[in-house]
Each structure stands twice: as structure tokens, then as C-alpha cells.
Design a protein around this ligand. Structure first.
Ligand code: NAD
Length: 234
């Protein structure tokens, strides 16, 4: 086995205390997605959108939010595996980085970064973001800053690198992702014929039939176990 590609979703961070995307009521932390996670919403009600991400950012920075056994197992696998390892995440949190993972592609952006809509410049950001916020000594950027997040209707980041990584992978593992948000849900179709495809999730998803194997259970127990099995088999 030469190349392993992993795709993670909100389910891997659930046991760290970060809520997943859609609750049973179809809302994300009590908000309708179209009100807080689209470019149209940002145009119509920027204060609400900024406040939504301010709350998510503050929650992520809570000292009780730490990587769990699944994040740590992926980092350990990456450090022990002699082949190529690519971690694609839909998550906007930084728990993979904090666990020590190296080769991470954040296809939906990052909560702890902001960007100028005018210049495209990206900045690290841990504070609340308001309409008049600007990075230090950059008064020229007042009124142009937004969360560095891919909203619904926008093109995900890193797609060329992601498609390239998938093209010749030998093992593809999707962890804690609902298989309903595209194009992430369709990445399984970009893996080559010989690739072993494994899904780790609490439940069946609409894309489950496209995987060879299903590990049903909590990421914190299934992920360490699965990747230990892979290391043992090499
Ligand atoms: P989703 O919330 O739509 O689905 C989560 C999936 O994880 C579900 O299929 C669920 O069965 C599974 N799951 C929940 N807890 C689990 C656990 N402990 N172990 C294993 N599986 C578990 O998530 P998605 O598919 O990633 O799509 C969500 C979108 O919302 C993404 O675009 C993402 O950027 C954003 N989001 C990110 C975060 C985060 O960064 N942590 C949190 C919420 C939403």
C-alpha cells in the first residue's frame, strides 16, 4: 500500500464537544443554513453571519475542546506510515492540527482565519470579527473582511490537489461525514478501481453503497482500531 487518503467530517469532532452540522430539526446550532452559511446571507445580514461564526470561533477556543482519540490516531498513523498520507477535512475546526497531523487539506476553510474579499489576503484570527474589523496596521482592509469559510454555493478550496491525491490512492477512508454535502460526498467516485474504500460512521449514509466496508460505531473507538489493523497488516 503506497497511498492512503482520509476524508473527515463533523462526526470526527463530535466527541470533542463540537456539534455536527444538522440536528434532527435540520438546523445548525439553531440556525437555518441559508441564513448563516451562504454568500447571499452575508450580503443581506452580515452582522448575523459574523455573529454566527464569532460564536463558533469562541466555542472552538474553549479550553475544554481538545482533539479526541480519532484525531490522535490519524496523526499517529501519518507518522508511522512509510507511504503517502493525505488528510482531507470538511471541518473548519483546528483539531487535526492540534492532534499533530501534517498533510491537511481544509476544503471548507478554517474558522481561525479571515480573508479580505477585496485582496484575497488570508490572516490568522482568534478574536470576534465585526464589519469594521481589520488586521493590525491594515486600515486599508476595513469593510472587506469575512470568515475564511467556504459557504454553500461557493467552490471548495484545494479541489485540484484533492482530485490529484485521490487518483492513485490505495485506501480511502471516510470518517464521520453524512454523505450529503457535495462535492465532498462525491469524492469516493474519484478513487481508482483497485482502491479499498472504507466508511466509518455511526449510521448508514446515502453514499454507503459506494464503499467496500462499513465500520459502524464511534470515531474515537473505530478509527484507532482500524488504523492499528492497517499498520499491523503492512
Ligand atoms: P454532518 O454533520 O452533515 O454529518 C456528520 C456525520 O457524522 C453523520 O453522518 C453522523 O452519523 C456522523 N457522526 C456523528 N457523530 C459521530 C461519531 N462520534 N463517530 C462517527 N460518526 C459520527 O457533517 P459533514 O458531512 O462534515 O458536513 C457538515 C458541513 O458543516 C461541513 O461542510 C463542515 O464544514 C461544516 N461543519 C463543520 C464542523 C467542524 O468543523 N467540526 C461542525 C459542524 C459543521
Amino acid at each position: 500500500m503506497n497511498k492512503v487518503v482520509v476524508l473527515t467530517g463533523a462526526g470526527i469532532s463530535q466527541e470533542s464537544g463540537i456539534r455536527t452540522f444538522r440536528g434532527e430539526d435540520g438546523l445548525w446550532e439553531g440556525y437555518a443554513v441559508e441564513d448563516v452559511a451562504t454568500p447571499q446571507a452575508f450580503k443581506i445580514n452580515p452582522d448575523l453571519v459574523l455573529e454566527f461564526y464569532n460564536q463558533r470561533r469562541a466555542a472552538l477556543l474553549d479550553k475544554n475542546i481538545v482533539p479526541n482519540a480519532a484525531h490522535i490516531a490519524l496523526c499517529e498513523f501519518e507518522s508511522k506510515f512509510s507511504g503517502e498520507f493525505v488528510l482531507i477535512t470538511q471541518n473548519i475546526d483546528n483539531l487535526h492540527e492540534r492532534a499533530g497531523s501534517k498533510n491537511i487539506l481544509h476544503m471548507h476553510g478554517e474558522l481561525l482565519k479571515v480573508r479580505s474579499e477585496e485582496t484575497g489576503e488570508v490572516f490568522e484570527w482568534k478574536e470576534d470579527l465585526h464589519r469594521k474589523s481589520h488586521p493590525q496596521n491594515r486600515e486599508d482592509l476595513v469593510g472587506t473582511m469575512r470568515p475564511h469559510i467556504v459557504w454553500f454555493g461557493e467552490a471548495p478550496f484545494e479541489m485540484i490537489t484533492i482530485e490529484h491525491a485521490l487518483r492513485d490512492c490505495d485506501l480511502f477512508v471516510a470518517i464521520g461525514t453524512s454523505g450529503v454535502v457535495y462535492p465532498a460526498a462525491g469524492l469516493v467516485h474519484s478513487t481508482p478501481k483497485h482502491c479499498r474504500r472504507v466508511e466509518i460512521n455511526l449510521e448508514q449514509t446515502p453514499v454507503s453503497p459506494h464503499f467496500h466496508e462499513k465500520r459502524q460505531g464511534r470515531a474515537s473507538s473505530e478509527v484507532p482500531q482500524f488504523f492499528q489493523e492497517i499498520l499491523n497488516s503492512l
